[in-house]
Structure formats: structure tokens, C-alpha cells
Design a protein around this ligand. Structure first.
Ligand code: PLP
Length: 391
């Protein structure tokens, strides 16, 4: 079976995971990450969401309105709430799934603290529009959510560098992984210093048990994504046996993983450092696959292809299709696991629908969960891509 995503792991990550711990493992990971992103500072966290919580705190935002997309990963909204702030959701745009920045200015007031600009599915956020917003509202901080995009570029400008800070997630479904883990990058010295202070104050040191668990999880990932096994894994996933490992949210709850305030382990940082060396290779695979899909699906009238944007990193290749659920099922029968990355609109979830202003609606975002399908874009091998296309 062709899985919907697959981390690019080989013997190098295992070797890194079992090598002798060094005191500066985390430090080295941060330095390599900052260099990769072309930024002065990178600060590692156990999850991207933990980074966001402490970042908002470091920016001294409390009781503020934080503007974010309605169609994004729900953990972003959870982090805003956990930091003592209020999420304000914005509808998406049809073209590239990103937040519609034209809707943002009317939502800004004196109590607005920050905008979380997300480059969803690897599509760079429109930096020209963002520049205009920054100029008109200098009191609003800009946080780039690069969990999907990493170093996507808008007309040659890397998105992560165009704000006060950027956040990244690095679980196994992201472009590069440190098993779990997240990063915050910034060019501002004071912000980096403050974040490091907060991290020391608020996060516990990881125990040996946590490191061991992360290591075992890594080994299980190798086994699970081994193709002969993957069909079985998929079946177990469908009967919800694997929810403990794969389910990351509860429709009606605003919560965090138990260990969200326990620092990243050294094992994770060593795996992450190894992945950084593969970054260019991985992005190229995604770009080649996206271009190939674009060409081959040109004449398919059942589906709407996503736009091709120079500088996008294609963490996901997302088509629109009216017969989504049948297609997902039929593909599985043909040995292709198509995915559906975000199957909700955050302000329409139970946990948030009671919190938003009456009458606010998100018509574009609302249409995404029922019509989007992600094609597996982790391999550039023609044989595999053709199998997906033929289906
Ligand atoms: C994965 C992700 C994050 C961060 O997730 P963590 O699991 O907390 O590391 C943030 N934003 C988006 C859009 C994501 O997909």
C-alpha cells in the first residue's frame, strides 16, 4: 500500500538516535536549524504548540485577540487559548487554502496582539498583503506558522523571515522530523533571550523514560511505514486501535499532550539534526511530485488541481473533488491511501463554536473539509506516482 505520507528516514536517523548523548545535542540542532532557515536564533521545544504558547508569553501578550486562520491545525487555536489569549478566526481563500488577508484589517482593533500567518500545505503566505497590514498596524506582531511550509518563498522572499518570529512543527508527518518537537525562529535578540529564559523556567527536564519512549516510537515508525506492513496499520487505524498514537485532538476539548511542558529529548534533537541535512532532497521530491501530478491530472475533469506556485514547498498536494468520500474509499481498495489532512474548520468545532461571535461564518473554509483530498506527495518515483494517477 502507498501511504498518504511517509517520513524520509533511513539508517542515518537510527545511527543518530543510538549515538552517545552529548551535552550540546539540542544546541547543535538549534544552530543547524537557524542556519537552514537563514535566521539568527532557533529555540527548540517539545512541540510546535509549546513554542507558540511561550512565544506569545515572551511577546507579553495576554488577554489579547490573536488573529489566525479558520482552516488550520486545531493545535494552533489551543495554544492561543493556553497562553491566555483569544483566537479570532479568518476565512480562507479559494486559490491556495491560506487565510484571506483582505478580511484581516477590519478585524484589527486596539486589543489585537498578533496575526498568525500560516503558509498552509507549503503555499507561501502573500507577503505583499502582509507588508501592507504591518505598515498600517505596527502594534500587531506577526508570527509565521511554517509548520507545513518550512522555507517556502513568496517571490523569492522566505516566509519564515518575514515576521517577528516563526513557529515550526516536527512530528513525523511534517517535511522534516525530530520524532516530535517544534522550533521557534527569530532574528530579534531580545525575543530569543526571553524565550530561552521562559523555557528554562517553565519546562521540565526530560526523564530517561521519555527519551526511551521517543526512541521506541521512532522504531515503531520504521516498522509501521514498511510497505508490507502498512496495509495492516491502515486497517488498525480505521478501526481506531491506533488512536492513542495518531489522534491529536478531541472535537469538544481544548487540551494539550501530557508532556507539553517537558523539554525536547536529546534523541529527538539528534534525529532532527540528521533530517536537516536531507531538507533540500525532501523538498525537491515534493516539488517534482507536485509538478508531475499537475501535468498528468491536467485533463481529469473529476478533480480540481491545486495551483502551482513557485516557491511553494508542497508539504501536501491537495485536490478538490466532489466525490471525496467514495474516492478515498476506492483508492484504499486499490492500494493507495489518500489523505485528508484537516477534516474540520476550527471555529465550527464544538470546543470553539460557543466562543465565536454570533453570525460569523467561514463559507470558503467550510467547503474544504468535504472536498479536499491530499495525494501522497512524499515520493518522486514515477512508478508510484503513476499508480496514484491511474487510480
Ligand atoms: C503541525 C502543525 C503545528 C505544530 O504542531 P505540533 O504538533 O504542536 O508540533 C502548527 N501549525 C500547523 C498548521 C501544523 O500543521
Amino acid at each position: 500500500m502507498i501511504p498518504r505520507f511517509k517520513p524520509f528516514l533511513d539508517w542515518r536517523e537510527i545511527f543518530a538516535a543510538v549515538s552517545i548523548p552529548r551535552k550540546d545535542d539540542i544546541d547543535r540542532f538549534e544552530k543547524a536549524f537557524a542556519k537552514l532557515m537563514g535566521q539568527k536564533h532557533a529555540i527548540a521545544f517539545p512541540y510546535g504548540r509549546t513554542g507558540l504558547i511561550l512565544l506569545l508569553e515572551a511577546m507579553e501578550l495576554k488577554g489579547k485577540e490573536i488573529i489566525c486562520p479558520a482552516y488550520t491545525c486545531v493545535v494552533v487555536a489551543h495554544a492561543i487559548v493556553y497562553s491566555g489569549n483569544i483566537p479570532v478566526f479568518v476565512d480562507s481563500q479559494e486559490s491556495d487554502f491560506n487565510m484571506n488577508l483582505d478580511l484581516v484589517p477590519p478585524l484589527i482593533n486596539d486589543n489585537t496582539g498578533a496575526i498568525i500567518a500560516t503558509s498552509l500545505f507549503g503555499y507561501p503566505v502573500d507577503l505583499d498583503k502582509l507588508d501592507a497590514i504591518r505598515k498600517s498596524f505596527p502594534h500587531v506582531q506577526i508570527i509565521q506558522d511554517c509548520a507545513h511550509s518550512f522555507a517556502a518563498e513568496w517571490n523569492g522572499r522566505p516566509v519564515q523571515q518575514e515576521g517577528d518570529a516563526a513557529i515550526f512543527g516536527m512530528n513525523i508527518s511534517k517535511l522534516i522530523t525530530s520524532i516530535f518537537g517544534g522550533m521557534v525562529t527569530t532574528d530579534k535578540d531580545w525575543l530569543a533571550t526571553r524565550l530561552r529564559q521562559l523555557r528554562t523556567q517553565r519546562l521540565k527536564k526530560p526523564t530517561f523514560i521519555k527519551s526511551l519512549r521517543r526512541f521506541i516510537y521512532l522504531i515503531l515508525v520504521y516498522i509501521a511505514f514498511w510497505e508490507p506492513i502498512y496495509g495492516l496499520i491502515n486497517r488498525l487505524e480505521r478501526i481506531k486501535v491506533l488512536d492513542r498514537f495518531s489522534k491529536y485532538y478531541d472535537e469538544s476539548k481544548i487540551d494539550m499532550p501530557k508532556d507539553y511542558l517537558v523539554s525536547m529529548t536529546n534523541v529527538e534533537s539528534r534525529v532532527g539534526t540528521t533530517q536537516i541535512k536531507k531538507y533540500t532532497t525532501i523538498i525537491n521530491k515534493h516539488r517534482i511530485a507536485a509538478a508531475y501530478f499537475d501535468e498528468k491530472l491536467l485533463r481529469n475533469e473529476e478533480i480540481k488541481r491545486p495551483i502551482i506556485v513557485e516557491g511553494a514547498t508542497y508539504s501536501h498536494y491537495v485536490v478538490r473533488c466532489r466525490t471525496q468520500s467514495q474516492s478515498l474509499y476506492q483508492a484504499l481498495c486499490n492500494g493507495v491511501q489518500l489523505g485528508q489532512l484537516i477534516e474540520y474548520v476550527v471555529p465550527e468545532m464544538k470546543a470553539y463554536s460557543c466562543r465565536i461571535k454570533r453570525g460569523q461564518c467561514f463559507p470558503i473554509a467550510h467547503s474544504f473539509p468535504k472536498t479536499t483530498i491530499n495525494l501522497p506527495v512524499w515520493t518522486e518515483k514515477e512508478k508510484k506516482i503513476n499508480r496514484i494517477i491511474n487510480f
